[in-house]
Design a protein. Structure first.
Length: 156
């Protein structure tokens, strides 16, 4: 019986490590600044230099997202491999997840800095377009979350 409890505790630890890696990574879905700005791009009237910076920032954001997906796959594969062993080395999985988290954080920071460098070149009018796009996107995100949270509130 004690061995089952130990295995359950180890499995819970591994899942928490994997879940922490997943939770620490921002999604590039509806609530990402990139998604919020995509629709406003035409209104920004970017000059040639800004367009090049935009393209670079998009490329960096996509590369960071792809690196995240790859590292999640590696951590997941490592977790599965360890769980197939009689005595999984959960510390090794946690170390791999920590390394992936650090690497992904550096890529996300680089992508963010590219967006901030572009934003720094914007005129006051362009900054107003960005502000309005982000406000609108945040409002949509909050409404989406509220709509999905409401049914769960009554199910307790």
């Amino acid at each position: 019986m004690e061995r089952k409890s130990l295995f359950r505790a180890a499995l819970a630890t591994a899942l928490l490590a994997f879940g922490a890696l997943c939770h620490a990574q921002p999604a590039h879905g509806l609530d990402s600044p990139l998604a919020m700005l995509r629709d406003a791009k035409a209104s920004l009237n970017l000059n040639t230099s800004q367009q090049l910076q935009w393209d670079n920032a998009v490329a960096q954001a996509k590369a960071a997202h792809e690196a995240l997906r790859a590292s999640l796959g590696q951590v997941g594969a490592a977790l599965q491999a360890e769980l197939a062993k009689p005595e999984p080395d959960l510390a090794a999985v946690a170390a791999l997840a920590d390394g992936a988290r650090q690497q992904n954080a550096a890529l996300r920071t680089s992508a963010r800095d590219a967006w901030l460098a572009l934003y720094a070149t914007f005129s006051p009018e362009q900054k107003a377009v960005v502000r309005d796009a982000l406000k609108s996107g945040i409002e949509r995100m909050q409404a989406h979350r509220a709509a999905h949270a409401a049914p769960q509130a009554g199910s307790d």
